[in-house]
Ligand binder design. Structure first.
Ligand SMILES: [Ca+2]
Ligand SMILES: [Ca+2]
Length: 193
């Protein structure tokens, strides 16, 4: 090949061009294969999430794992510590963005659990741990029509109630309540994908 390049200055440019194009195409194919693989993996996880996910397993460390994505704690912590535990597992506190998700979580709990919703930064402005607002998700499941939550009750904790849980201590497990972030509760982590 090198003798050809020496003999004619036109040829190596052509060969070089072809090689560059070929290399670029090969790189594109590799990237597409990798993206395709990642998309397939995401698709499989989503498929199991929606179709196969009704079963939950008790793991050795006491956590209940559902759909391979949701982790129900056995231990109780305040809201911030709960979130820290989730993050340490590569997850975060759960976000609830659909009626189906709400119903599924409700069906799996027997007592109140922290979820990833808070108004710590601005009173009354509730945001999920992924920074989505309730307006953005379009769904909310606060308790009550008369004695309505969130009420930012300050009798037990003067700093108010800035963290949300699914359910309360009185056994109302179908709706959300704002509570003092210092309360010790079980919590639900969600793996991101
Ligand atoms: Ca509040
Ligand atoms: Ca409240």
């Amino acid at each position: 090949m090198f003798s050809v390049i020496r003999d004619c200055p036109c040829v190596p440019i052509s060969i070089l061009s072809v090689l560059i194009v070929f290399k670029s195409m090969a790189q594109i194919v590799v990237c597409m294969e990798r993206e395709c693989h990642e998309l397939n993996a995401k698709f499989d996880r989503l498929k199991s999430y929606f179709n196969d996910g009704q079963s939950c397993n008790l793991s050795v460390d006491g956590w209940t794992v559902c759909r391979g994505l949701l982790y129900f704690s056995a231990e109780k912590h305040n809201w911030s510590k709960s979130r820290d535990v989730c993050v340490s597992k590569g997850a975060d506190l759960v976000t609830i963005t659909s009626q189906n998700e709400q119903d599924f979580l409700v069906s799996k709990i027997k007592e109140t659990h922290w979820i990833g919703l808070n108004d710590l930064e601005t009173e009354g402005r509730w945001v999920w741990v992924n920074n989505q607002t309730l307006e953005e998700t379009g769904v909310e499941f606060w308790f009550g029509s008369v004695q309505k939550e969130p009420d930012n009750w300050k009798v037990q904790d003067p700093s108010g109630e800035n963290c949300a849980s699914l359910g309360d201590r009185n056994g109302n497990l179908h709706t959300w309540f704002d509570g003092s972030c210092k309360q010790q509760k079980k919590f639900i982590c969600e793996n991101k994908y």
